[in-house]
Design a protein around this ligand. Structure first.
Ligand code: HEC
Length: 147
């Protein structure tokens, strides 16, 4: 092996291999938000179909997405994890308790209240132009009815 080739081989061996996100690494805030939107929309469609099993599934997915906000200490100068804790988590907790209870009227009230906090936090982070609004439209290749 020539000296140049040896040098190149050695240099390549030193290159960091970390090009793909490492396991346990948090997704960017925008991706967490897209997940929050998808899972709350799917929770809403399950709720409208009075499908408690599916609603419990999406309530859990929603919780995991909310928990990911814990790792976002700051974004654009705003303390995201702190705002998530104070603005949204209490409303999520009440929604989750209602889902556990299974009273659809109460679940509806708590879900509506939780969606309001999405917009409160957008307002509190200079994102008041991002307005979350519930809809019964189903754009997914999925049937939310009971099976
Ligand atoms: C902790 C504060 C906070 C909470 C709580 C919050 N958001 Fe956000 N959201 C933000 C911020 C900040 C951005 C802008 C992120 C950026 O600029 O990259 C954002 C952006 C978004 C976007 C734009 C991204 C996209 O995919 O189009 C959507 C949608 C969204 N949020 C949905 C929601 C929903 C739904 C909830 C409630 C279930 C929610 N957010 C709760 C702070 C919050």
């Amino acid at each position: 092996m020539s000296q140049t080739m040896l040098a190149v081989t050695f240099a390549l061996a030193l290159l960091p291999v970390k090009s793909i996100a490492a396991e346990g690494e948090e997704p960017p805030l925008i991706d967490i938000m897209t997940a929050l939107q998808t899972y709350s929309h799917k929770a809403d469609l399950s709720l409208r179909a009075k499908n408690i099993e599916l609603l419990r599934f999406y309530t859990h997915e929603l919780e995991e997405a909310i928990d990911e906000l814990d790792a976002v200490e700051s974004y654009g100068g705003f303390p995201i994890s702190q705002k998530a804790r104070t603005i949204m988590k209490p409303a999520y907790q009440q929604f989750e308790n209602a889902v556990k209870g299974g009273d659809f009227q109460l679940i509806e009230t708590k879900f509506e209240a939780m969606v309001t906090t999405c917009n409160s936090c957008h307002g509190a982070t200079d994102r008041g132009f991002i307005v979350i609004k519930r809809t019964d439209a189903n754009p997914f290749m999925q049937d939310f009815g009971i099976h």
